[in-house]
Design a protein around this ligand. Structure first.
Ligand SMILES: [Zn+2]
Length: 393
């Protein structure tokens, strides 16, 4: 989206109001105590918003739709938390969460200018031009966002039809790794593009410079923008790769089997280890090492790939237990930790089968080997945890 400087200021002001309303809703919600009554729900909050708009001119100057949608988004966030699909709603921050949502008849005012350009009438802002990255959709709502690199986007909410299965009965296994982003059971190795060595070096340099800048200075602001631009570039490449890879897999295969890894749990911060001898001190908990692995996992967009696969190939994605897929021979089924020659090469000690380690794992995943093989003690699952399905279908 390409707003003029005046429009940018108007958009940012509305983003600020949406953020203010969201944070207020979050504050109310987090005030809940057992002994007090329930905190206000969406309907009550909307009434309060109307009152606040009559009382405060700066709030009244903004769009009611935008402010009301912030409340609705928050309501949805709470519902998502209770449904167990999302974590707690968090505070919205300046520069990080700049966005607003328009719904209803206001969201349908858009004009196509030519093959590549269109414009949309954003309430209280005016006609804003944007580049069409796909045909003009028939949408009932859209969201305008500004990323950390200062780029504006408009996204129309349309659920595209799923990609039809080819129907040849083909099954593929996908093993996701850090060195190779995805290995397929067909033997293909796919790598998600990351920042080049030169870009990495520049990022490091900028981060060091940022650390030396005085808070609130212009130099600091410039360094921050330069870092955000680099990171945005990395993010764009990753997303592009995920979209292309997921579409390709959904088109070529009927069933796509992936490891059932809980990325959110895997990338969580490790627990601190209190020192039993010295009170208030902590033992090393390998947090930096884990942070490095986390960066690798997140950089390869694991979670996103599976998520997009589930959207595009709805009902055709199966999650297989990840246990021992890397130690089991895909030719004879022999499982032993000595089966790995090294990080990259798999060699079976029983039958001598030799293959790329990631491809071997992908073949196991494709076979859907739910490997609980000869486990003496059953897996311990907390009694507090809800039973979980291993398959998405
Ligand atoms: Zn073997």
């Amino acid at each position: 989206m390409y707003p003029t400087p005046v429009q940018q200021a108007a958009l940012l002001e509305q983003c600020r109001q949406a953020r203010y309303v969201w944070n207020l809703a979050l504050e109310q919600w987090s005030m809940w105590r057992r002994d007090r009554g329930p905190t206000p729900g969406y309907v009550q909050q909307c009434r309060q918003l109307t009152e606040a708009r009559t009382a405060f001119g700066w709030l009244r100057a903004g769009s009611q739709t935008v402010q009301q949608q912030a409340l609705r988004d928050f309501d949805q966030a709470v519902k998502n938390l209770h449904a167990g699909t999302h974590r707690r709603p968090t505070w919205r921050k300046t520069g990080l969460h700049e966005g607003l949502r328009i719904v209803g008849s206001q969201a349908t005012r858009l004009v196509k200018l030519n093959r590549k350009w269109a414009r949309v009438l954003v309430p209280k802002v005016g006609w804003v031009r944007f580049r069409l990255s796909r045909p003009v959709p028939d949408a009932k709502s859209y969201r305008v966002t500004r990323d950390r690199a200062g780029r504006w986007h408009v996204a129309f909410a349309v659920v595209p039809p799923p990609i039809p299965a080819p129907g040849a009965g083909e099954v593929v296994g996908v093993d996701r790794g850090v060195t190779v982003s995805a290995a397929l059971s067909t033997g293909e190795l796919l790598t998600c593009p990351a920042l080049s060595d030169r870009e990495q070096a520049r990022l490091k340099h900028l981060q060091r410079r940022l650390a030396r800048c005085r808070p609130g200075s212009n130099r600091r602001r410039r360094a921050k923008t330069a870092i955000a631009t680099l990171l945005a570039r990395a993010g764009d490449r990753r997303k592009d790769w995920v979209e292309k890879t997921s579409t390709d897999l959904a088109r070529r295969f009927d069933v796509i089997r992936v490891e059932d890894l809980r990325v959110a749990q895997m990338t969580r911060r490790p627990k601190p280890r209190p020192d039993p001898e010295r009170l208030g001190r902590y033992l090393p908990n390998r947090r930096r090492a884990k942070a490095g692995l986390n960066r690798g996992i997140l950089a390869n967009g694991w979670g996103l790939l599976v998520q997009r696969l589930e959207h595009k190939a709805a009902g055709r994605v199966e999650k297989v237990s990840a246990a021992y897929t890397s130690q089991t021979c895909s030719a004879c089924g022999h499982r032993e930790s000595g089966n790995r020659e090294n990080q990259a090469i798999f060699r079976c000690v029983a039958c001598g089968h030799r293959a790329n380690a990631d491809v071997n794992a992908a073949v196991n995943i494709a076979a859907g080997r739910a490997v609980s093989a000869r486990r003496e003690t059953p897996v311990r699952v907390s009694s507090k945890r809800e039973p979980q399905h291993a398959t998405s279908a």
